[in-house]
Every structure is written in C-alpha cells, then in structure tokens.
Design a protein around this ligand. Structure first.
Ligand SMILES: Cc1ncc(C[n+]2csc(CCOP(=O)(O)OP(=O)(O)O)c2C)c(N)n1
Length: 629
C-alpha cells in the first residue's frame, strides 16, 4: 500500500501524533483508499466517505478500546476499519474469509458491538455505559448514528431510557440529510431546521416578540433586556426537543472540520449525563459522482474509480423489478392497493409506483415495526397494503405481524425482497429466517415463486386474496424464467403446487428461486444415471400441497427438499412432518437448506456452495439418497 499516512496508523492512538495538516492528508488518503477498494469489491461508499473526519476526530479525542465508540449500522465505518488496524486487510472487504462490510466483534476489539441493521447503537451504548457504571469503571461511551437511523423506534426508545436514567453518554449524530434516499420524517425535518438556522430564527422571533412587550424606559433597561434575551435563548436552545428529553444538545457543527469537531468534543466530553453532538456532513464527500448522486453510491458493486461509471448489468430484469412492475399494473386496476416501504425506496424498486401514485405510496423511514402496524390500520379501513421490506429487515416486525396482522386476519401482503442468501453483505443481511417466522403464524400464506412468471402470479394472487396475510419471498438479483414468458397470468389456487417433471425414483421438492439449480442437477444426473426423478415445485410453504407431495412420495419412497432458508423449522421440516403424519413408512429424506449456523459473507455462489445449495450440492444429495456417493 502506497499511502504515507495510512501506513503510519497502526492503532487509533497513532492519530494523536499527527498535525492538522497531516490529518487532512490522511483524510484524503483514506478517501482514495476507500474509493479504489470499493470500486473493486463493491460496498457502501457514500456514507463512509462522509464520515472520515468524524472518525479521525473521535479517535483523537477518545482512547479506544478503553473508551467505547459504538458505530451504528456499519456501512459508514470503513475509515474506522482502516484506522483500527485493518488497512492491510481492507482489500478483502466483503469477500469470502475477508473482512466484513459491517461491524463484527470477532473481527476487532475496536468493533465494540456488532451491527448491520440500523439504529442499535444507542441501546447498545447505553448497556455498555450502564455496565461501566455498575463495574465502577471510568471511560467514555459514544454512539455514532446517522440522522435516518436516529428516527427509528429503537433509537428513540433508548433515548427515552437514557434521558430518564441520566446516563453519562454521548450520541454523535452524523446528519447528511440522507438515509439511502433523502431522509423522511418529522425528526429529520427538525434536525434540518436546526441546521439551516430555522430554530435560531424562531428563537430570534420569540425574543423579539417578548422584548417588544417590555416598556423601554426606566433604569437599567439595557442590562435587563440583555438578561431576558439571554434567558430566552437559554430556554430555547436549538436542540430544545432533545434538551427537554434530558440531553445536553451541542451543534450543529461542520462534520468535515477535524479541528472543530475535536475542539468541540474536548469541550463537551466531561460534561456529565446524556449529550448529543449534531454534526452535518456531505454524503459521498470527496468523490464527485457520489456527492452528486449519493443514493446511487450508497451501496455499489463495481465502478470506475476515476469517472464513477457504474458497471450495471441490464440484461435481464431483477426479481425486484418483476415484483414492482406487476404491482404497478395491479395498482392501476385496484385503487385500494397501497405500497409501504421502510427507507428502501430504490432497493424495493418502487420509484415508479411512488411517482404514479404519490398518495398511495408511503416511505415510513427506518421503521419496520411501524410499517407493519400502519399497514394493519390501512387494511381495517378496506385498503390492500403491500409492505415491501427486505426479508432481513422485517425480522424486526415479527410481533407486529403476529399481533396486529395475523390475529386480526388482515389482508396485508408482505413482499420480502432479498430472501435467501444475499452474498457480500453477510450474516446480518441474509434473508434466511422468514419462512420459519412466517410459517409459525396461524393463517399466514407463504408463496416462494420459482421464476419471474411465478412471482407475477404470486403478486396477482396476493392482490386478490382477502382472507388474511400473505407473504411472498423473492431473492436478490436477476430473475430466472423457466419456460417462455406467459402473456396472460392467472392467480394461483392457494396451497397448490405443481409437478415440473414426472418421475418414479425420487421426489425432489423445490421451494422457491433455486429451481435453476434443481433443473440442472436433475438433467445432469439423468444423463449419466438410470434415474427418473420427479420434480415438484411447491410454490407454497404454507399451506403446503400435501396431496401432491404424498402421492409422489408413495411412488418414489425417496424425498429431497430444497429451499434457501434455514433448515431448522423450515419448509423441509414441514414436509417431514407431513410424511410422518401420513403414516408412510421407510421413506428416505434429505432436507437441503441453510445449516444451523450464521453464514458469513462471500459471493452468492460461494455461499450457496457452502450450504450445498448449488447444482453440485443437489447432485451430491441425489447420489447420497441413492447411496451412490
Ligand atoms: C433495520 C434496518 N432497516 C434498513 C436498513 C437499510 N439501511 C442501511 S443504511 C440506511 C440508511 C441510514 O441512514 P443514516 O442513518 O442517515 O446514515 P447514513 O448512511 O446517512 O450515514 C438504511 C435504510 C438497515 N440497515 N437496517
């Protein structure tokens, strides 16, 4: 690595030896390093570029790992990784056996608390601060969180607790006015007013108003007025909302001025109790294409580090596109359809929906729990909500799905994008639990389409279904089309699977998007071996087409199930129970799915290979069941 200053930083303590001029040069190097690396590995670029100076200043004022800096999410923490001894491994970012794109305690003692999902830092930091107090230790605890993540329920719950408890803690808010797209919500508007001086103007107006009422005669008018003026300003600090919740509020300050941040941190760090420092930054800072289009450069795959040109594969539609195009068509037909996203407008591909139906589209911010119950409210009033949330993020809303939707049998549709393994984002982001937690909810219908047409059918089915909630899971990436794309698409019959290929020796039951691997495995084996395999496409993980499965298994006496979800309590286990309950004896069964451990990061192909969920893995299972391995 040819970076003069980065090379000097072996631990954050080394930052304290550099002059401000050298720190600026270091910041430039870090940016260059991040841009060049992420252009090759892919990753979260724009937020990390905006947080470089904050990281440097925090690590000059505080002394980690004794002081605890708890980063939220992790996608803004690349400079943190580089400055905490991981510069040499940074080229392995998000790659198999390389360093994670998020925060991971097993990776570094400086990763105080693991993260990948947002808005956990304040709660975790409070726990750490409380533990410090209980142990009678003395160290500083800081939660570093973005403006969008701060508005999440969990962060607000933590602040509610901290303000009440008067915990000695600093919340360092990096405000770039952006979530992935511009931040939505009243809290963000409030922060924005603080930043643009809106709150100061309000204070000035109130001051003027009050002072205007004071008679201008008598002694000593000037000093009294000044006193009152300061008193009013004192009462109405720009962060009055936070002050009222028990926090001392500081800022806003420029988050790209290392010395200013450092001076401010030094001044406030020893003030006891809950504190907030509000810094404003530019998302994508220092890389023009990202500054101009921070949403596009929030998370990127490969790009040209000079021009910012992204290498985008437009060859086929992604599953997200197939979903959103179909939903848009359905929404034109049915005015009751509304769409809800939680800060993932672009990710869920619902931009066109928002433009076409602005009144029927809701981005609730990073508020997955609220999104679900809000959908419930719309549903009881006769609307048909489609809640489009990634499988991994809807994990947060399990109680809402049970309590607010399931029990009341509300016809809410959960469109779970990024279901299954997601690749480079790793353990925090794999969408591997949804089959299990959706399956346990009475009345929930679960569709796992196996190709693009099947996804269209799933959306159409869900749009017409009135008897309760439906969950549709589809993966990240390009869609697969099994047969020629159909012109006219009909809804499914609930709980009906289909036979893709008849056979007599083995029942291979596919659930969802791994169908291409299943087809390849079967065709490759049947070319070599005298085997005749029946392929069932289950379509529904609930209710399961028992009749179809049992009649096939009676014939073949051998079953392999394939799903991209956790094995424990998953679809395969339901099939096992169905076979057991049927009374059929001596049936050989192999369940393929995600094993009982957290799968790390790597390419989709590498991770699927690890889990035996590729053509090769399925072939191995087939050989095994026939004892030909
Ligand atoms: C629970 C959860 N929902 C959604 C996401 C996806 N996500 C990752 S970063 C992000 C925006 C965060 O914005 P902000 O907190 O302002 O930080 P910034 O990236 O602007 O620094 C979102 C929505 C997530 N990681 N976790």
């Amino acid at each position: 690595m040819n970076y003069q200053f980065i090379n000097k930083i072996k631990s954050p303590e080394d930052l304290k030896k550099l002059s401000y001029r050298e720190l600026e040069l270091l910041a430039d190097e870090i940016r260059d390093f991040i841009i060049k690396t992420v252009s090759k590995t892919g990753g979260h670029l724009a937020s990390s570029l905006g947080a470089v100076e904050s990281t440097i200043a925090l690590y000059r004022v505080f002394s980690p790992p004794i002081d605890k800096i708890v980063w939220d999410v992790g996608h803004q923490a690349y400079s943190h990784k580089i400055l905490t001894g991981r510069a040499g491994k940074f080229h392995t970012l998000r790659q198999l056996n390389g360093i994670s794109g998020f925060l991971k305690r097993s990776e570094s003692k400086y990763d105080v608390f693991g993260a990948g999902h947002s808005s956990t830092s304040v709660s975790a930091a409070m726990g750490i601060a409380k533990a410090r107090d209980l142990k009678k230790e003395k160290n500083y605890v800081v939660a570093v969180i973005g403006d969008a993540s701060l508005a999440n329920g969990m962060a607000l719950e933590a602040m509610n607790h901290i303000g009440h408890n008067k915990t000695d803690i600093l919340i360092y808010v990096i405000d770039n006015e952006m979530s992935i797209s511009p931040t939505v919500g009243a809290l963000s508007e409030y922060l924005n007013k603080i930043m643009t001086g809106g709150i100061y103007n309000k204070i000035r107006d109130i001051t003027k108003f009050v002072l205007g009422r004071i008679p201008k005669f008598g002694f000593p008018v000037a000093s009294v007025i000044k006193h009152i003026e300061e008193g009013i300003k004192g009462i109405f600090s720009p962060g009055i909302l936070f002050e009222e919740l028990g926090f001392k509020f500081f800022g806003p300050i420029n988050g790209h001025n290392i010395k200013l941040i450092e001076d401010t941190l030094k001044k406030i760090k020893d003030i006891k109790g809950p504190k907030i420092l509000h810094v404003y930054t530019k998302k994508g800072k220092g890389f023009l294409p990202a500054e101009k289009n921070p949403t596009l450069f929030h998370g990127v795959s490969h790009f040209d580090p000079e021009t910012g040109d992204l290498l985008i594969d437009t060859s086929k539609k992604t599953y997200s596109e197939v979903f959103s195009d179909t939903l848009l068509k359905e929404a034109k037909r049915n005015k009751k359809i509304v769409a809800i996203v939680a800060a993932m407008l672009e990710g869920t591909n619902l931009v066109k929906f928002k433009v076409e139906f602005p009144d029927r589209f809701f981005d609730v911010g990073i508020s997955e729990e609220h999104a679900v119950t809000f959908a419930g409210g719309l549903a009881v009033q006769g609307f048909k909500p489609f809640v489009a949330i990634y499988s991994t993020f809807i994990q947060r809303s399990v109680d809402q799905i049970i309590h607010d939707i399931g029990i009341q049998k509300l016809p809410v549709v959960f469109a779970l994008d990024r279901a299954g393994l997601v690749g480079e984002d790793g353990a925090t982001h794999h969408g591997c639990f949804d089959i299990v937690f959706m399956k346990m909810i009475p009345g929930m219908v679960i569709i796992a389409p196996s190709d693009a047409d099947e996804l269209k059918r799933a959306v159409i089915t869900a749009a017409r279904y009135k008897d309760g909630p439906i969950s549709i899971r589809f993966p990240r990436g390009k869609s697969f089309q099994y047969k020629k794309e159909k012109k006219f698409i009909l809804p499914f019959k609930i709980g009906r699977g289909r036979i893709i290929k008849k056979g007599k020796d083995l029942t291979l039951i596919n659930l969802g998007h791994l169908l291409p691997y299943v087809l390849d495995a079967v065709s490759s084996i049947e070319q070599k071996e005298k085997l005749n395999i029946e392929i069932i496409d289950a379509r529904f993980a609930k209710p399961i087409d028992k009749k179809l499965i049992i009649s096939s298994v009676k014939k073949t006496k051998k079953v392999i199930t394939v799903e991209e979800g956790v094995l424990e309590g998953g679809f395969g286990h339901s099939v096992n129970a169905i076979i057991k309950d049927s009374g059929l004896k001596n049936i050989d069964i192999i369940n393929l799915g995600i094993p009982d451990k957290f799968i790390e990061h790597g390419t989709m192909e590498e991770l699927r290979e690890q889990c035996g969920l590729t053509e090769k893995g399925i072939k191995q299972a087939i050989y095994k069941i026939f004892k030909m391995d």
